[in-house]
Design a protein around this ligand. Structure first.
Ligand code: HMG
Ligand code: MG
Length: 304
């Protein structure tokens, strides 16, 4: 067995789909997850269990989690399937479906916190702590997200101190890793480097951090590379560059998994992913959703 040098957390089935208005059939979501798995991706976020009013697209989360193919996948030792949850209600539903990993999420900023989870930053942290503690008691591991690491859609620029506060609180709560979310996609490599340096100087171990970059300003691949150069080894991405949040208007999709894999493979860095299967999956899902494929590498490799 060769172990990948970087771990990719595929968030396509969750972040990728959550902001799409037209209904997507549950069976398309299930096929997407299956195809992603066949590319060699070992961590695939399945869905979220959130208020269906907040995110109507993922209101079928129980059907996704209850499908026999997912039930089977949830028992496989080398596969990780995090499910995003905001509260105890979400945790209970995930638990009932045999989920072994959940992701909690807070915002480093007040405006997005209010819009996204209807509470203040500190209330969000308190809720995440409560959920994490209960999850750990049930042998469910917990990943944490901190959103708006550089900017908030309502409040403007984010102070690094508030990112640190959230990261520290979630690690103290027992999250094994914190994914740093550039929700608006306004960050660039220099802001990535300065935030990572700041967190490291304040005692946050790099092995507990992951990068989650949205591509609004076309900086996402560069941001992944810069974070890698800073020592980060876990990256969230979405096949075909799908993604976005209903509460972050104007933000574009996640960095495309194809682009990240292409970049790392070009540098001799192993991801464990079969690029041609991944490209085909990106082409397939774009066609299913009648959307332009946002992966540049995916599009180029496909037409070659
Ligand atoms: P609220 O209105 O304050 O809370 O919402 P509530 O407890 O009063 O619940 C409202 C309704 O939702 C109730 O239903 C609850 O039962 C139901 P009603 O009685 O009105 O019929 N409900 C739930 N249903 C299913 N599953 C649940 C659940 N909880 C409550 N878990 C709440 C607060 C947090 C629930 C809501 O604001 C919410 O669900 N927010 C989630 C929004 C969301 O999913 N955003 C996108 C994900 S975050 C993201 O994309 C960023 C990330 O990618 C990183 C980055 O890019 O930065 C992670
Ligand atoms: Mg996101």
């Amino acid at each position: 067995i060769t172990f990948p040098d970087v771990r990719i957390v595929e968030v396509g089935p969750r972040d990728g789909l959550q902001n799409i208005r037209d209904p997507i059939a549950t069976k398309t979501k299930l096929e997407l997850i299956q195809r992603l798995k066949e590319t060699g991706l070992r961590t695939i976020e399945l869905t979220s269990v959130v208020s269906p009013k907040a995110v109507p697209q993922l209101a079928d989360c129980r059907d996704v989690l209850g499908d026999p193919s997912i039930k089977q996948s949830l028992t496989e030792p080398h596969i990780r399937h995090p499910v995003l949850i905001p509260n105890i209600k979400g945790l209970k539903i995930a638990f009932e479906h045999g989920v072994r990993e959940v992701a909690v999420f807070v915002s480093a900023t007040e405006g997005f916190s209010k819009a996204n989870i209807n509470c203040t930053v500190d209330q969000g942290i308190a809720r995440a702590k409560e959920v994490t503690s209960l999850a750990l008691q049930s042998n469910i591991v917990v990943r944490g997200y901190v959103s708006c690491i550089f900017e908030d859609p309502y409040d403007g620029p984010t102070s690094p101190a508030s990112v640190l506060h959230c990261v520290k609180s979630l690690l103290d709560a027992g999250c094994y890793e914190i994914s740093l979310g550039d929700t608006l996609g306004t960050g660039s490599p220099s802001s990535v480097r300065s935030l990572i340096s700041y967190l490291r100087e304040h005692g946050i171990p790099l092995e507990n951090l992951a990068g989650h970059f949205h591509d609004t300003y076309g900086q996402a691949v560069a941001n992944v590379w810069e974070a890698y150069a800073c020592g980060i080894r876990v990256f969230d991405s979405s096949v075909a560059g799908l993604g976005g949040c209903p509460f972050a208007p104007g933000a574009k999709g996640n960095v495309a998994t194809e682009d990240v894999v292409y970049m790392f493979h070009s540098a001799g860095i192993n991801t464990g992913v079969d690029i041609s299967k991944l490209v085909n999956t990106g082409v397939w899902i774009s066609k299913q959703l009648s959307r332009t494929n946002s992966s540049r590498a995916g599009t180029a490799i496909h037409i070659k």
